[in-house]
Design a protein around this ligand. Structure first.
Ligand code: CAA
Length: 388
């Protein structure tokens, strides 16, 4: 039985900051941001947007009455959870008025959480072929103003329906994964900004990729030439470029040219949205599918997922006969083009107006409401969401 991605959609806030302008204010060379890091713009989430609203905004686009009736699980991969106990999947379940006879759970392992959800969904469908799983990968990447990580922030969500006989891409049973406890990047529960050992984290990402890619080739008997494209977790686009560079020395010229051209297509959304942690790999996949019209049914796509801490996995998917008909490239181009640019001081003000880590009542600023679902505030320590 084929199992995989039947539908996919994204959401990202309506606001962004131009990274050339941010570099100028920070006293950095803009080329460092746009070439050295490989990022052009960065999504800025207002206080009315969190992983619940972005996840719901992305998922609502996928839900037909037939899909709702077949739902078996709602899985949210995130490392920006809104509560240490209650799953964000339940808030989303409520906002989307999903059926009660489902499992609604949140999964966490840094940026790997989306892949954990996807693989759990795949295994569940193998046991329950008549069901659908809604997988959401949503995050807000926050390092802090004027930190080294600032240029690699971002916000957004990707929602996917995982089904038998999927319309877009199968998930092949060829995963190679690896886990090791390291301290390259983490976020203590008492703060909303991440701590990164920047250089060490990039080294670990590459070391995990190299070890897994080597094992994949030996165990699965595939080489780079079998791949139409390779996509990577993109904390920033240069990171994926460095990983791809490890593959290229062993490829023939045509394979190398193809993988590089398609890698570029996979980075277009990330360049404008930034890191969305758990959703980043899947935003890259969506960017590739939306922006490279030369892909065809039967093509094998490689996916490398990395979550600091760390767990990583490489697997592949095969594009299905009518995959192109399921895509909404024009909508995504419009979503990004219609965003409102914030000046650097405006971005700094929005960044600082966040839901506080204290029991005071808080109301989010309606000036920055975006999308169908918003967080209107936290009153009596309960989160208040609204459908507009
Ligand atoms: N023109 C062109 N390029 C320039 C330049 C200029 N004027 N100035 C600098 N550069 C280049 C540098 O040569 C460097 O390129 P290489 O990496 O190819 O050598 C690149 O720009 C970055 O420069 P620095 O290394 O000096 O940058 P930095 O010290 O400010 O930090 C960072 C970069 C470590 C990525 C930092 O942004 C960070 O800590 N980010 C958060 C952590 C992160 O994203 N880690 C990624 C792996 S972990 C992971 O993947 C999980 C996750 O999602 C977080």
């Amino acid at each position: 039985m084929k199992i995989g991605i039947d539908a996919i959609a994204m959401d990202t806030p309506d606001f962004y900051v131009d990274l050339v302008k941010l570099a100028q204010v920070r006293g950095d060379d803009p080329d460092k941001y746009t070439i050295g890091i490989g990022q052009d713009e960065q999504a800025v989430p207002p206080s009315s947007q969190d992983i619940v609203t972005m996840g719901a905004n992305a998922a609502t686009k996928l839900l037909t009455p037939a899909i709702r009736a077949s739902l078996g699980m709602v899985l949210v991969g995130t490392e920006s959870g809104v509560d240490a106990s209650k799953s964000s999947a339940l808030f989303i379940h409520d906002l989307l008025a999903l059926p009660e006879w489902v499992r609604a759970v949140e999964l966490k392992e840094a940026c790997y959480g989306g892949t954990a959800a996807l693989m759990m969904a795949r295994d569940y469908i193998a046991a329950h072929p008549d069901k659908t799983v809604l997988v959401i990968a949503a995050d807000i990447a926050r390092y802090g103003l004027a930190t080294a990580g600032e240029v690699t922030q971002g916000a957004g969500a990707v929602a996917m329906l995982i089904k038998a006989e999927p319309h877009i891409m199968t998930i092949e049973d060829d995963s190679v994964y690896r886990s090791e406890s390291i301290d390259d990047f983490w976020r203590p529960v008492y703060q909303d900004t991440a701590i990164a050992q920047g250089k060490y984290s990039t080294e670990q990402y590459l070391a995990f990729f190299q070890a897994i890619w080597s094992r994949y080739q030996t165990q699965r008997h595939h080489t780079a030439s079998d791949f139409a494209a390779m996509t990577f977790h993109l904390p920033y686009t240069k990171m994926g470029k460095k990983a791809l560079k490890l593959v290229l020395p062993d490829t023939d010229e045509a394979t190398g040219e193809r993988l590089q051209r398609r890698f570029e297509a996979s980075t277009r959304y990330c360049r404008r949205v930034g890191n969305i942690y758990t959703g980043s790999l899947y935003l890259g996949l969506l960017s590739l599918l939306d922006n490279d019209t030369s892909l065809k049914a039967g093509d094998r796509i490689g996916l490398f997922s990395y979550g600091s801490g760390a767990v990583a996995e490489f697997f592949s998917g095969i594009l299905q006969p009518d995959f192109a008909a399921q895509l909404h490239a024009a909508n995504h181009a419009k979503m990004l083009a219609d965003r409102q640019e914030l000046t650097v001081p405006e971005y700094e003000a929005v960044f600082s107006d966040k839901v506080p880590y204290d029991p005071e009542d808080y109301r989010s600023d309606p000036t920055y409401y975006h999308g169908q679902f918003v967080l209107t505030g936290v009153i009596g320590q309960e989160r208040q969401y609204q459908q507009r």
